[in-house]
Design a protein around this ligand. Structure first.
Ligand SMILES: NC(=O)c1ccc[n+]([C@@H]2O[C@H](COP(=O)([O-])OP(=O)(O)OC[C@H]3O[C@@H](n4cnc5c(N)ncnc54)[C@H](OP(=O)(O)O)[C@@H]3O)[C@@H](O)[C@H]2O)c1
Length: 314
């Protein structure tokens, strides 16, 4: 087994702090080399790329690369076509990332459950209309995607007393969560929900899943929360669904083009809240143990944790 204790880690991100990651990795490895951006004097010796996006030059010059570790829970921000095909790719699992995603989901769900979105509209019109509060048990929330993040969102909402349903590719048994699979499962689930949250990975199968055909199965006045990726949503179809009353309001953390262009019709739309891709944030100190474990696996030639399954696409 080839198990060098001095990994050479290449780092590239405009979102994450290289200094924080260097410090975090120092808690895991007695010795390691850390190269950032274009500053790599011996590219042949790079073992692992820890990246949010690819550098302009790509990763080709790292001819002995053994693993690509995404700094995100998703991998779509990486230009997959430009990645060396023979090098395994893994996504990030981090307790802080999951926790911040759960908090975002709860905040957005409560905003709808307690009708703040309606009171925001009313207050802009100096309109004092009483809308009685209801108990969480009377609000049904559907979660698309029951992986690391969707599962925790479902449990957190259950703990708050919401009526929770969830949809995934493979069948799941989750305490007090009604689970669904398949196309029929999806359409019947969304019709039973007042709030639908998307936290799927972006794959060939899930691209544009939030579209006219799916909205047709929504109950009138459903609220949508998209925390997955912008390309899950057909943006023009959302505007139509709002006009038709199928969707009452949408909270969108992601957009097909980020930052959302100035001229985009979502800005200033009274039924749409935009947040600038802030739902989840990883923390090097909580994420580093999983990353270090994957670096050790890569050096030992073992399969990575959270390794991309190329056939599934996530
Ligand atoms: N907005 C943000 O700040 C932010 C931050 C972090 C992550 N995200 C997004 O959240 C996504 C999910 O992250 P995660 O860590 O929870 O991923 P994950 O653990 O891989 O879970 C993915 C879930 O989606 C399900 N799924 C995948 N393809 C499907 C399909 N075709 N039909 C039905 N279900 C399908 C999977 O089903 P199985 O359980 O059967 O495999 C699984 O339950 C990421 O890919 C990223 O896009 C966004």
């Amino acid at each position: 087994m080839d198990f060098r204790l001095k990994p050479h880690i290449y780092f590239n991100s405009y979102m994450d702090s290289a200094d924080e990651w260097r410090q975090a990795l120092a808690s895991q490895f007695d010795e390691f080399k850390f190269s950032v951006g274009d500053d790599v004097d011996d590219p042949d010796s790079v073992d692992v790329a820890l990246v949010w996006t690819l550098p302009d030059r790509g990763l080709e010059r790292f001819v002995n690369l053994r693993a690509i570790l995404s700094l995100g829970a998703g991998i779509n921000q990486l230009d997959l076509e430009r990645l060396p095909k023979h090098v395994p790719l893994a996504r990030l699992v981090d307790a802080s990332l999951t926790r911040t995603m759960v908090d975002y989901a709860k905040t957005a769900v409560y905003r709808y459950h307690r009708r703040f979105h309606l009171f925001e509209r009313q207050s802009r019109e100096r309109n004092w209309t009483y809308i009685p509060p209801t108990l969480t048990a009377g609000t049904s929330v559907g979660v698309l995607g029951l992986g690391e993040i969707g599962r925790e969102i479902s449990f957190a909402l259950r703990r708050e007393g919401f009526n929770v349903r969830g949809w995934s590719r493979s069948p799941k048994e989750l305490d007090n969560v009604e689970t669904y699979t398949g196309r029929y499962g999806l359409t019947s689930m969304v019709g039973r929900c007042a709030i639908v949250i998307n936290v799927l990975p972006l794959t060939g199968e899930t691209r544009h899943i939030l579209c006219r055909e799916l909205f047709a199965h929504f109950s009138n006045g459903t609220c949508l929360i998209n925390m997955g990726r912008g390309m899950h949503l057909v943006e023009a179809d959302l505007l139509d669904a709002i006009d038709m009353g199928k969707v009452d309001d949408a909270t969108l953390d992601v957009a097909s083009v980020e930052p959302l262009p100035d001229s985009h019709p979502f800005w200033n739309h009274p039924n749409i809240l935009i947040t600038p891709h802030v739902a989840g944030a990883s923390n090097p100190m909580t994420a580093v143990a999983n990353v270090a474990a994957n670096i050790r696996k890569a050096l030992a030639g073992e399969r990575l944790s959270q390794q991309l399954d190329v056939d599934r696409g996530y």
